[in-house]
Design a protein around this ligand. Sequence first.
Ligand SMILES: NC(=O)c1ccc[n+]([C@@H]2O[C@H](COP(=O)([O-])OP(=O)(O)OC[C@H]3O[C@@H](n4cnc5c(N)ncnc54)[C@H](OP(=O)(O)O)[C@@H]3O)[C@@H](O)[C@H]2O)c1
Length: 435
Amino acid sequence: MKNKSIKIAMIGLGTVGSGVWKILTQQRQLLEQRIGVPIEIKWVAVKSPRKKRPLAIPKTCMVSQINSIFLDPEIQIVVELMGGVTEAKEHVLQALKHQKHVVTANKALIAECGSELFHAAREAKRDLCFEAAVGGGIPVLRALREGLAGNHLNSIYAIINGTSNFILTEMFQQQMDFSVALKKAQSLGFAEADPSFDIQGIDAAQKLAILIAMAYGVEIPAQNIHTEGIESVSLLDLQYAQRFGYQVKLLAIAKSQQGKIQARVHPTMIPENSMLAAVQAENNAVLFDGDFVGETLLYGKGAGSEPTASAVVGDIIEIARNIKAGVSEAVAPLGVNVESLRPARIEPMDMLKSEYYLRFQVTDRPGVLAKITQILSQLQISISSVYQHGHEAGGKVSVVVLTHLAKEKNLQKAIIKINQQSFVYAPTTLIRIED
Ligand SMILES: NC(=O)c1ccc[n+]([C@@H]2O[C@H](COP(=O)([O-])OP(=O)(O)OC[C@H]3O[C@@H](n4cnc5c(N)ncnc54)[C@H](OP(=O)(O)O)[C@@H]3O)[C@@H](O)[C@H]2O)c1
């Protein structure tokens, strides 16, 4: 007897949606073997149904009224790949309300509305999966939620914004300025026309919020993550980093200490021989440090049509297997019961202790270095090395200082004070160092 297929509906057939369509049609037999029943795409909803598409989608699959998807009793899984927050959230809630399981790749939606959606899924007793929301094709969340579930996570270090990593790699390898590397990223499709979310660190912060919620069993701390992007990193900083044996990466960092969680996204100097320093171009990597497993690195393509679709299809398979086995909610969205989630106790950034790279842009005149070191010392910031970059036009120079461990609070005070000095002609650059 032929096995009954599991019918799904897709909302969105853009970059990721097309990839999902391709995998589900081209790997039909493989998936049927792995699940035990075929997956059938019954409906596809798009914004502009008349748009010409490279895929041969049967006209009978296209719906103009999204509501008809939710009302169709045959549909068991709704796959949300339209992006955005407000409308996508409505569709996900409607799908759950109508007893559909949901897969989404939408990090902004999960980061901003995760708690509400997890409760809705719990109430509907349906699965809500979002593997593609963090790390694109890399199965980061499944590894964290299942394979590493027996560990307490000491730390997470992640390169989870491919655009920023591509730009920093290009700047360093081709000795380009930031603006030139950004244009190259845009021309190759690695950066959006409006790249703000990526280069300001917001995209990485949303993904880190999801990782933290899953790693520490807390509500998604979307608003509390200290976030800096790569816009203020110059080629000169990358050259200095190399001189000191470092590479600069936009890192998303979480550390758990005495019940509090450090949560921050910022450009970071890391040793050039470290595993994360080897992550080049648009690739992503997440380094987990679990108390029993030790360090575990996941590496691969963090975006793009087919890698991201691979993660979405992984979620569809998980849910389809559960449907076939007659279970749902086998694993809660964050791996813990939603009722047990508590607000995350995020440590204020002021409390951070770090080593720092500081680049002061000053007029070259006697007494400048003495004044800088005096201010730093008044705030208990001890210097490990000082370098002065050769003369620039108009007697301007860069003075670079590396510090020993210092308090962030003191560092920020010192920078404000130094930036007020008459010899400073441009704001100071600060890059934290993680050894
Ligand atoms: N692209 C990536 O590499 C990547 C990686 C990880 C996660 N994601 C996430 O995946 C999601 C989709 O991204 P994408 O890059 O595939 O976006 P996209 O290329 O812009 O595609 C969006 C799709 O949604 C459809 N759509 C938009 N508004 C709609 C509406 N109101 N009703 C029905 N359909 C609507 C569009 O229809 P038309 O085709 O008619 O315009 C299009 O097919 C986003 O949440 C994104 O953050 C993307």
